[in-house]
Write a protein that binds this ligand. Sequence first.
Ligand code: APR
Length: 181
Amino acid sequence: MTVIEIVQGDITLQDTDAVVTAANESLMGGGGVDGAIHRAAGPRLAAAGAEIGPCDPGDAMATPAFDLYPPVRHVIHTVGPVWEGGDFGEAEILASCYRRCLEVADELGVRSLAFPAIATGVYGFPAEAAARIAVATVVGASSAVERVRLVAFDREGRDVLEAALASLRPPAGSHLDTAAR
Ligand code: APR
């Protein structure tokens, strides 16, 4: 059973076995959260990314975490969809990012994994829809990862994730609870 945590903070400071970066297809680093993780992990991360890339949108690939602080051992690079209005498979590509990251984490024996809000920055994916996809995909996955931490960079992002999680779980004991079943 995977426990989902929602936090507000910097993904480079999370004490999880692995962290996910919202990369571009080259895996050689960029801005946003990718830039922050590459700065924290050091230049070897871009070199390792160049060796295994390119990575297709919706896929995920792992490298060591290099200079990121313990216990982080792995960086899982995933490439989100560029938002083009919603009619070009963006939702499925984003769901695939979360699914593939969990699959790669399982292959590595990762027990705790931190995700940023993939694709909601430069790639322009609407935050609420992205949060619903993130939460639904993690809840629906059959992964051995024991703890998934969804890391929002700001309060608004955290509120959106918490609302998405709450919408999946009817209030315990409420009449909606039984109706929802
Ligand atoms: N910790 C946690 N979350 C962060 C951090 C951080 N240090 N820095 C940024 N974020 C958040 C942003 O606020 C946003 O909600 O990460 C989310 C994803 O935004 P981006 O980093 O812009 O990623 P994305 O929208 O997927 O665009 C990827 O941007 O940096 C380039 O190389 C990257 O081309 C790729 C594109």
